[in-house]
Each structure stands twice: as C-alpha cells, then as structure tokens.
Design a protein around this ligand. Sequence first.
Ligand code: C2E
Ligand code: CA
Ligand code: CA
Length: 706
Amino acid sequence: MTDKSVLIIDDSPTNRKMLADILKDEVDVLEADTGEKGLGLLKSHIGHIGIVLLDLIMPGMSGFDVLSEMKREHMMDYVPVIMISSADEPGNIEKAFDLGALDFISRPYSERIVRRRVLTTISLFQKQASIASKIDRQYKADDELIDKRTGLPYKKNFFNQVDTALRNPNLVPLYMVAMDIDHFKLFNSYYSWERGDEYIKKIGSILASSTQRHGGVAGYLGGDDFALLCPARFDLVNSLSEQLNRYLSENSFEPSFRTNFGIYSVDMARATDAKALYDLAAIALETIRGDYTRTVTVYDPAMIQKEQDEYKRLLNIRSGIKNGEFTIYIQPKVDMNTGHILGGEALARWIHDGTVYSPGLFVPVMEKNGLISSLDKLIWDRSARYIKKLIGEGINPLPISVNISTTDIFTMDVPEFFSELIRAYDIPPALLEAELSESTFQKAPERAADVVSRFHDIGMSVSYDDFGSGYAPLSTIESMDVDMLKIDTTFLRMSHENPERSRNILEPVLAMAQQIQLPVIIEGVETEGQADFLKRMGCYYAQGYLFYTPMPTERFTRLISDPAMVETEGLMIGAPQAYRVRQILSSDYISDDMVTNLFGSIVILNRIGSIVHVGWSLLDHYRNSSLQELVDKDNSTSISDFVQDEDREKFDRLFESAVENKDQGAKGTITFVTSEGQIRVRIRLYYLRSNVNEQIFYSMLDQIDE
Ligand code: C2E
Ligand code: CA
Ligand code: CA
C-alpha cells in the first residue's frame, strides 16, 4: 500500500474508468481529461502524486506536450510517468522514452500487469528518492572532518592531509588512487540501501588497514567515491581490488558491482596539489567504467583526449536518438550445408550525415554513460515492429534476435518489457529472440539465469552470445538454460593463425553442446576455408560476411520472400566426428564389449616423421590374431618397424595421402614382418589432427587371408 495517488491523464472516459477500476482498491485515483488539467493537478498536488499514467494522443495538449512541460519544470525528479499506448502508435513509444517516460502499458489492459506496474513503479521511485536525499545529505556536510560511516578523513580534510604529505621533503614515489563502485546506484536499488552501506563501510575498513600497514592517506569523498595516497606499488592496489572482489563473492553479490581503481603515478618533480592529482586519477578511473575485464588502470596522458572525444560523441549520439537517426540492420544466419537462412540478428546502426556507423562507435560510449538501455529499447521496438510488418505483408517471417546489455537486466524488467512489446504488436513470441552475452552471464550470473527463465515463460528463446570472447568456463553454458550457443569470432581468427589450437578448443565445446542438445552457431565466418573447417567439425550454422553482411531490413525482406532461400527444417545439433569417436572411446558409459563390437578394429596411430606407433587400441579385439603383436601399444617396437622393407615408401605415402584427403582418408595393403612370419594387412587410414610435431590418425586393420 502507498499513501500516494495515481493521476490518470486520458481524454477517453472509458479508458480512464477502466484504469481507475483496476487501481482504485489500492491507491487513490485522480483523473484529468486534458493535458492542461493534468498539469494543473500535478502542480497543485506534487507531493501527493506517486505516478502519472499518460495517454500520448489527446486533442489539444498531447501527452508529448505534457512530458516536455514536466521535464521543463523538473517534475520528472519527483513523479514517474508511465505511458498508455496502443498498437497503432508504436513509433511514439521511443519518442516518449526520450522525453523521460519510464515505461509503457499497452491497450488492451491486463489487470494484473497494470496493477503490478503501477505499484512497483511507485515504490521503486520512492525508494530511489529516499536514497538520493540520503546521498544529498552526505554531500552537504562538506566541512565534516571524519566521515562517520567509513571512519575516513572526509573531502577537504583528506585533501589537506595529502597536501601536507606532499610537502614532506623525503617523499617516496607515490600513487594517487581514485576509486568507485561500478553501477553503485544499481547496487542500492537491486540489493538494498543497507547492503550498499555495508559495502561502503567495507571499502573504508580495507583502506584504513592498508594505510596502517603501508602508510599513506585514505579518504572518503561522498557517494561511492574514495581516494588513496599510497606508496607507488601496483601490487598494493591490486591486493585491495582482490580483497573487494572476494568480499563481493563471499556475500553473493553479482561481480558486475566491482570497485574500480584509477591510478595516477605522482610526478615528484612536478607534484601539484592534491585535488589536481585526484582529478587525473579519476580520469584513469573513468576509462574502465563498465569494463568487466579490468578493475585497475594507470593514467596515461592520451586518456584526457579520449575522454573529451567521447564526451563530444556522446552529445552527438544523444541528439541522434532524438532525431531518429538510429535504425536496425539485419544479418542473416545461415545453414552452411544448404545456404538456407534460418533467421537474422538485428544490429543497431547510426545513420548520421549520410554515413552508416557501426555499434563499435556508439555502443561502448553509451554503455559507460547509462544511455544504452534507451537505445536497446528502441532497437527491440524496431525489431518487433519489423516482424509485425513482415506478417502484415504476408511474408513468412523468420526469428529475429536482438541484443540485451548487462545494464538492461538491472535497470528494468526486460522480459516484462518484451512481453508488452509482443502484446502491443501482437506477434508470436517465438519470432523474437534474446541474445545475452557471455559477459552478462559472467557479470551477473544469478540475475541472468532468472531473466532467461522468464524469457522462456513468455515463449521467447535465448542465445548465449559471444561465447569464448572472455574466459567463461565451459560449465557456464551448462548452468544456463539457453536455446542456442553463439560462438565468438575469436575462434575463427585463431583458426587462421593456429588451426590446431582452435580445433582443440572448439571440439570440446561442440561435443558438450551436442551432449546437452544445444544448437551452435558460429559468428564471423569470412572464408570458404573457415566454412569447410567448421563443417568438418560438425558446426552447421553460421553468421558471417562469407554469406551475408548486415543489411537494411528492405533487403532482408526481399531475401526471405523467396521460399527457396529459407530453412524449414528444425535446428540440427552437431558435434565433430573425430571428437565423437574419441569421446566414446574414452568414456566409461559404454561397456568394453560395446566398444569392441562397434569400434573394436580401430587403432589410433601416432606418427612422428616416418616413425609410427600405436597410441591406442583395444587389444582384446586382436587377442590371438596375428595382428596382436602389431597393435599392442606397449610393444617397444613401433608398428612402422614391422613393415617389410619393400613397402616402407608405400606405407609412408599412405599417411601423406590420408592427410591430403581428410574426408575420404586413404587405403592400401601393406606387408608386415612379425615374429610369426609375413602377414598382408589391408589398412584404412584417417587423419585426425596434429599435436605439436606428431600427427594422429585412426585406422582399421584387416588381415588378408592367403
Ligand atoms: P555481436 O552481437 O557479436 O554482433 C555480431 C557482430 O559481428 C556484428 O558487428 C556483425 O556485423 C559482425 N560480423 C558478422 N559477420 C562478420 C564477419 O564475417 N567478419 C567480421 N569481422 N565481423 C562480422 P556490429 O554490427 O558492428 O556489432 C558489434 C557489436 O555491437 C555486436 O556484436 C553487439 O555486441 C553490439 N550491438 C549491436 N547492436 C546492438 C544493440 O542494439 N544493443 C546492444 N546493446 N549492443 C548492440
Ligand atoms: Ca549479438
Ligand atoms: Ca556475438
């Protein structure tokens, strides 16, 4: 329950009544039938209105005008606005988001959703407002000497102490370190203000014990900002970072809320005042905001330029969003065996002054500044709208996947947003797919797992994007209940430089995916060579320039209008042939008898130069046969030493030809000289892979009876 009221601004009496009926048991409802009246009520009741439900399309003053006016009067800081919209006005949604609306509800109303949305928004907003005022109070006591919460010197006092320390003539080399917590505001609203408080205290105590042991000065600057003057030792800063990471994991906080450290190495010859040193450290800190892979960085002069460039770009991006310069391109996903298209990925593009810019230019900047969610919502909206359009034109639509950022899953109810989109556009949920990236699964594993399961609840499927771009262990795939694994381009780049290595890494991934029945798609396929390599390994699906580059929606529509281009079969699950065999050979869930029957005659041969020895065989299968001596891997004589002299060259050529014909392999008849005499053996040979200087083959040996 809340003591705040809901203000409904809508020109339609029926709509107002429907909404009021849903809400009136739980909150007081105020109604206005025009924008002007709504604004009037807002101004006279500002402290009492907990939320505004706003119709966008009204005669006279429209919902947009109301939003602009509220923004101008800074009312958005006190009152959240949820738009009411219907399917025929989807383009307006993003415009309203830009004007500061928080959310939207579409007609026809679902009672449950309206009630939940309205009540949670009111309470979340109140919580946030109280946090903000607490932080404000913190800031106001500017001349406080010691911050009570952390026990550290506060602001002015800290800077004074540093200035004093810098005047010491016997200075050791020093670091000025700026620290803050990534997304601390999110931390507070996601866990609680109290847990946030504890985290701040923890940082304070770690810094205090560091200055006790190693000297220096630690300070608290308000909010989640800390500073430290300490001996110039990188390991010292690193250990602070590690202690805090441990704190997060011990308390089961998501690792995305790590504390970042920006270091400025104090130039003794030109040491300036404490504040200037801190500003430089803070610039370094700024460069790793949102970068999960790094929590500690050292200032370098290029950072200032970069900071300024990014700021300018950010201004451009902001106005780009307002001016509708962002749109989607679609990159088809193909079945490499047939060339058929199975779907597409919607990728953001910024069309600015006639140039089409790729996300590399705007996504990282937007992620850092919290703008990414508004772009994402826009892209999701465009994608849903596009699917609707395809259906309307009578074209058989294919699933379109969209990207979800880590911040999205903390700042909003993403599955709920999609469920609204799906309702608003009235499209089948299976046609929209969510891509959550490896970094999201790493930064926020629990939250991500929850989001995945709720996507499933509404009938959408989820891809694990960018697998292999970071250092996620294989087990993360198993623990996340995703529907498709997208392998990052890193693997293919590696396959060019070091095919064996990339094969070694890919094989277990593909085998694992096959075991848990997870379809796999690989990104960034650029050459026929790569495509062949992948197909041989049992990877059938790809997204890459070799097939299609990302394209405007009109072109994608033309492509899939041709039924011959489109995949109609279900997704296949593959695994590398070689690995499958090896896996079976080495696994214990198949009995030895089964293996003997299925693969008994297989012998793994290892070849170094012209010497070939047996790496593995099922000796039982050959027991009491004349081949026994040849295929015994514990025999000190290599199998190549048994080859009759006249056949040595032929034997060698057989291996060469197996390497050249990977798919067909090689076959031939060779005479061996064993302790029991000469035997003629038919050999089938397949090249498996290389290992440093050794080639590995599998072979089948049959004695030819005289
Ligand atoms: P991603 O999700 O891994 O998307 C695939 C990227 O690989 C796309 O780059 C695509 O153009 C590129 N690509 C596809 N095939 C090839 C190839 O054969 N060779 C090479 N070198 N690249 C290929 P794009 O469109 O520049 O997007 C880059 C990244 O930006 C995306 O990576 C995704 O992480 C992010 N992104 C794109 N759209 C959005 C969006 O709407 N929201 C968010 N949050 N991120 C987005
Ligand atoms: Ca993606
Ligand atoms: Ca990707």
